[in-house]
Design a protein around this ligand. Structure first.
Ligand SMILES: Nc1ncnc2c1ncn2[C@@H]1O[C@H](COP(=O)(O)OP(=O)(O)OP(=O)(O)O)[C@@H](O)[C@H]1O
Ligand SMILES: [Mg+2]
Length: 263
């Protein structure tokens, strides 16, 4: 079975900066790929190549086994590559129903509406969100601002899936969330995986990654530092890798934070 999306030997240069160096990853259906790495490691650049925002300087992108050159994010989206950004749901005064269909222009394969039917939109939005266990949302007229951070992430993911996402790229979806809220999002990731979606989960949180990850890629200074599968490394090993050869003090600080988080 060919991967949903694959990067082969991708490099990306910005002037003199090598943001990505010879990076190869693949995303399989029904699999969560965790992309780990410190600040500046190249994670955002990598997802921008995956989602069509950037053209790589060299290397190839394959979608469903076919070599592809995205002209831009819209083309990537039309091929089922959906990105949920961290600042999701930042329009608090918009209704849940409106938000759900926001930007879903009625082009082929993307959204059934030529005319915006509020009632229908609201019903679909509520139904979809509820199917992912967010039962507190009972009306599509409810404002996004009344949702918690975790619920907003779930809304964004539910929407991407409704519009046919095959690959879901989640950029730090749990970073601003408390334990319970993060659990909602992690639960959602597991449900999406069950439905056969391939997920790229970007996080600084090794614990969250290890709770949902099937495969792991650690990047440091633009290059792949390690690749492994669930169960092949301990949390301590993962934390050390994520620190990317930093001082012991930095690793200790990471560990302390990790312990706190685990409480
Ligand atoms: N548009 C750009 N122009 C120039 N340099 C860039 C650009 N985008 C990223 N870089 C550089 O490439 C490197 C990787 O950046 P990137 O944003 O991908 O890291 P990151 O892993 O997402 O970091 P963070 O965890 O802080 O979000 C950094 O050195 C960054 O300064
Ligand atoms: Mg980033």
């Amino acid at each position: 079975m060919s991967p949903l999306i694959e990067l082969r030997s991708i490099s990306k240069r910005f002037g003199g900066i090598e943001a990505l160096i010879d990076v190869s990853i693949e995303v399989q259906p029904g699999e969560v790929l965790c992309l780990l790495g410190d600040n500046g490691a190249g994670k955002s650049t990598l997802i921008k190549v995956l989602s069509g925002f950037y053209q790589p300087t060299s290397g190839d992108v394959y979608v469903g086994g076919e070599a592809t050159r995205f002209s831009g994010p819209r083309e990537a989206r039309s091929k089922g590559i959906a990105t949920v950004h961290q600042d999701v749901g930042s329009i608090p005064l918009m209704s849940v129903g409106r938000n759900f269909f926001l930007g879903a222009e009625p082009i082929k394969g993307w959204g059934p509406f030529k005319i915006f039917d509020v009632e229908k939109a609201n019903n679909i939005a509520v139904e979809e969100i509820r199917s992912f266990g967010i039962t507190r949302v009972t009306s599509g007229d409810q404002l996004v601002g009344t949702l918690s951070g975790g619920e907003r992430q779930v809304l964004a993911i539910a929407r991407a899936m409704y519009f046919g996402a095959k690959v879901l790229i989640l950029d730090e979806p749990t970073s601003a969330l408390g334990v319970k809220e993060a659990a909602k999002v992690l639960g959602m990731v597991k449900l999406a995986r069950k439905r056969g979606v391939g997920i790229v989960f970007i996080t600084h949180n090794a614990r969250h990654a290890m709770l949902v990850g099937d495969s792991f890629v650690v990047v440091a200074h633009g290059a792949v530092l390690a690749k492994f599968r669930r169960g092949e490394k301990t949390r301590d090993e993962v934390l050390n890798l994520m620190a990317g050869g930093d001082t012991t003090a930095a690793i200790e600080a990471d560990l302390a934070r990790f312990e706190e988080d685990a409480d």
